[in-house]
Each structure stands twice: as C-alpha cells, then as structure tokens.
Design a protein around this ligand. Structure first.
Ligand code: NAG
Ligand code: NAG
Length: 500
C-alpha cells in the first residue's frame, strides 16, 4: 500500500526526495544463514554490483541453498565444548553451562549487544564467514570481525553437531559434540533475525544454544587536518620502511580512568604537538620528524577498556599492517578494538621542509675589538667582576689591530675569590657545522713576585649536555710577559644562534 503524505505548501519542492515508504516495506531482503555443522566457512567474495542509474524496477533474486548430500559416517573434528548428559536435544537446550556462557560473555569494546542467549543463530543479510572457536569467546569473534573488511556484526553461539557425518542407513543419529561458532556479517543485525534454530541431518538434530549477537559501533568522527578514519583490523605493526628506516615515533596512552574518552582528536593533538616539539628540537642538521600518521585504538585488559592508545608515525601505513590483534601478558589478556588510522591531509614535503638554510654573515661580531673603545665592545656582553678593561693597540699579529686589555685584581683573602671577567656573544652559526674559536692572548705580569699569581681562562659553550660542548683551559703562571700566545677550541653547533 502506498501512503500519501500531505505536506502543505512545500509539496512540489520536496516531493521527489520523499522516501517511498510503501516500496521499502515491500522490499524482500535476501536473508541467509551460516551453514550448520561446518568447521570453517568463507563465502566467496562477491563484488558489489556497480552502481548504475535507475532505469528499470529492480529484479528480486533469491539465493538458492544447495542441499547437502548424505554423509558417510566419517568422524568430525572433536568439539571444544562439553556434551550434556543425557545426550539429547532437550538436555542441550536447557544446559545451564551454555546459558551462563552466553549471559556472562563480555560485550567487546566497540560493539553493542543485539541479543543474548537465544536458541537461534542469525539468518541475516551479508553473511561473511564462519569460524569454529575453542571457547565461547566474544572477544576473539570481535577481533575476527575487526579483521574482516566490511564486517558490521557477529554472532557467537553453541551448536550441537554430530560426532560423525550422519548417514541414513549406517549412522543416522550419532552421539553429539559441542562446537562454539562465530559468524561474521556485513550489515547490522537484529533480534528478529535469530531464527536459524538448526536442522535435521538424517535423524540427528542440529540445534543452537546461547546465541549472542553484536553490532559494531559507528566509526569515530573525522579530524580536522587529517584524512580518515580508516577502519583497521588491529593495531598497526609497522616494519622498517623500504629504506630500512624506523618510521615509528612512539606512542601516547590516555587512560580512561583520567576522564579521557575515546576521541581520536586526542591522538591528533598528540601528533600535532609532537611535530611542534620536534621542530623546536631539530637534529644537528636542522631537520626534524613530522608526525603524519597515527593509529587510535582502545586497549582493553581482560575485556575492560583501559584507555586510548595513540601510536605516531612519520609515514603513512596501509590497513594491511594492522596485524596486532592483542596479546597475553601472564594470564592478562590485552585486546585491541576500535582501531582507526588517520593521515595528515597536507604533509610537508620533506625536500622543502629541511634542512634549514644556514644563516649568512660573520660568525662572531667584532672579533678583534676594532669597533672603537666602546664599553662594552660592540656585539659583546661583558661581566666584569672586579675587573677593568679597555681597548688597546696593537693587537695580536695573527689578526686585527686592536685587542682588549683586562686588568684583574687580586682580592684580600677575606673577600673570597679573585676578580673575573667574562665576554660572551651569540654567534651566527649553522647547526651541525664544526667551528673553531681561536684566541690570542698575552699575559702582562705587573708584579715581580710571580708566586700565586696566574690567570685561568676558558672557552665555554653552554650546551653541557649537547654534542659539541668543549672547554679550553690554560694556566699561564710561567708565561713570558708580553708574548702573544694562541689557543683554540672546537665545537659542533646545535642551532643558528649558539652562544659562547
Ligand atoms: C622517519 O624517521 C626515520 C628514523 O628517524 C628517518 O630515518 C626517516 O627519514 C623519517 N622519514 C621522514 C619522511 O621524515
Ligand atoms: C664535527 O666534530 C665532531 C666531533 O666533535 C665529529 O664527530 C664530526 O664528524 C665533525 N663533523 C665534520 C663535518 O667535520
């Protein structure tokens, strides 16, 4: 029956977009059941029909189920579940163990329970395959669904199967075995579809108990600046890339206990922050790692979601690398769920982002103090603790016509240390390059008594924990007064503005 909607005024504008409810109600969905009494089943991949413009009314096709031929009494793989005693259909259907398995099974993270403890398995659309499990394991079936492209729902149930392949004449009703089954579905399922209650194989009755079904939760939101989400069957387990490089930048874990939910935006923030941090801490050549790809997933311990796990990479990896489906540590079981990847929409071009150009200009400003008798000398910072200084000429024969004369005073013992003088300057350096600072000095002793009278000097770089930190030192007690002496110290620059 076609219903007529009366919408005043706007009818002509919206009429063509109204859903024709009558036609939807009359659609004849193709429902299939997973095969009964098989160990594993992967239906052939039927490519989705290409999308064609609508020209004729759709034809309705029913899938033909092929009748199984009679068995040959061959033994079937042993089931993993207990067989109730007596070995009857009634005992199987009321067996408390199966009810308890279904009722107590954890709902895997990322799925919602559709029905619980039914006596029918699914007859639904888009059957994707069947696995026989060794236990009633909703987490494992969820992982199989995560790994199957397009899986939207799954069904775990207990099946009463014949121990040998029944034959009408020779073994028509053999003892039963109990199998745990897991079936995957490509479309959401409903309780009304728990209708496959079994079948007869000759005189043996295959029946179902403890049937639970779960629909997948909808994918997370997209994230500004990133492509995705791309659904993954597990956590990314990236090998070295084709150049033998490790593209994994590390991970951030956000425990749910800290009022942190499942929001991939959190991982995007971590990825962006990582890039910003790395850009402020570049390598010696000025390059740094950009986080261009992340994998966000829920890590659960013993089926209890623990937190959001973000792994960060400097390259993008395909879903085929999502091969980590969880692991055991001792008796604790860790599982991966709601695993999605996102990749930066506009990753920087590595060739243009790095390396940084080296600054040009003199490395040290006013190196020979030739800028006149300024106080302090141009370009330099001076700390004169009890010392006086001024420009003097001539300078060292190695360069420059001027020098800086510093007069240090010995203090009285009760005044502690002697006087000191420090010159410093921010240099114009190129990260990663090696530099040598050369210093000419001359020590003019004004006092005939040389005992306990000496100068110490050092060339220091403030990166004590960084590559390239060096200290040059020289004691000059016995130097001949008035002779120019030369010392030098090398360092490897870490920035464009190293200080010494
Ligand atoms: C990713 O990191 C590795 C290891 O540090 C590095 O060798 C590689 O060049 C990086 N790749 C990109 C695209 O930055
Ligand atoms: C710079 O010096 C360091 C040692 O301080 C050395 O390992 C490195 O190879 C040098 N680099 C160049 C380009 O000479």
């Amino acid at each position: 029956m076609r219903s007529t909607l009366i919408v005043p005024a706007l009818v002509s504008l919206v009429a063509s977009q109204l859903i024709e409810l009558g036609d939807i109600a009359n659609l004849d969905p193709v429902l299939v059941s997973a095969p009964l009494d098989v160990v594993q089943d992967t239906p052939p991949d039927v490519p989705a029909a290409p999308i064609e413009p609508i020209t004729t009314p759709p034809s309705r096709v029913r899938r033909q189920l092929i009748q199984k031929r009679d068995g040959d009494c061959s033994p079937q793989p042993t089931g993993s579940g207990p067989v109730p005693s007596p070995d009857t259909v009634a005992a199987f259907q009321s067996f408390p163990t199966f009810q308890a398995l279904a009722t107590n099974a954890p709902t895997p993270d990322g799925y919602s329970l559709v029905f619980n403890n039914k006596d029918g398995s699914l007859s639904a659309s888009n059957y994707m395959g069947l696995y026989t499990l060794t236990s009633y394991d909703t987490l494992e079936c969820a992982s199989k669904c995560d790994q199957a492209d397009g899986c939207e729902a799954f069904n775990v149930y207990v099946e009463r199967d014949p121990s040998v392949d029944p034959n009408k004449d020779r073994c028509s009703n053999p003892p039963s075995i109990t199998n745990y089954k897991c079936t995957l579905w490509g479309a959401p399922v409903a309780v009304e579809e728990a209708t496959n209650k079994g079948q007869y194989r000759d005189d043996f009755q295959v029946v179902i108990a403890g049937s639970n079904a779960y629909n997948k939760a909808s994918p997370p939101n997209s994230v500004t600046g990133y492509n995705g989400p791309t659904a993954l069957g597990g956590a990314i387990n990236a090998p070295l890339n084709s150049k033998g490089q490790n593209t994994y930048l590390g991970y951030k874990f956000f425990p749910f206990s800290q009022s942190q939910g499942y929001d991939p935006q959190t991982c995007a923030n971590a990825c962006n922050l990582q890039t910003a941090y790395n850009s402020r801490h570049p390598a010696l050549d000025g390059t740094y790692q950009t986080c261009v790809f992340f994998n966000a997933y829920v890590l659960s311990q013993n089926a209890i979601p623990q937190g959001l796990y973000c792994s960060l990479y400097n390259e993008t990896w395909a879903p085929s690398y999502a091969t980590n489906h969880g692991q055991y540590r001792g008796s604790d079981r860790y599982t991966v769920s709601r695993s999605y990847s996102y990749s930066l929409s506009n990753p920087p071009n590595p060739s243009t982002s790095t390396p940084k150009p080296c600054p040009s200009g003199p490395v040290i400003k006013n190196p020979s103090f030739e800028d006149g008798d300024n106080n302090p000398p141009t370009g330099w910072t001076v700390e004169a603790d009890g010392a006086t200084y001024g420009s003097t000429s001539p300078g060292s024969p190695n360069g420059g016509n001027t020098a800086l004369a510093v007069q240090l005073y010995q203090r009285a013992p009760d005044q502690g240390t002697t006087s000191s003088f420090t010159l410093s300057q921010t240099m114009t350096t190129c990260p990663g390059q090696n530099y040598t600072i050369a210093l000419d000095y001359r020590y003019d002793l004004r006092d005939a008594d040389t005992t306990n009278k000496y100068c110490t000097f050092a060339i220091k770089y403030p990166y004590k924990n960084t590559f390239g930190s060096v200290t040059g030192q020289n004691n000059v007690p016995g130097e001949t007064p008035g002779e120019w002496t030369f010392t030098a110290s090398s360092f490897q620059s870490v920035s464009t503005s190293d200080k010494f």
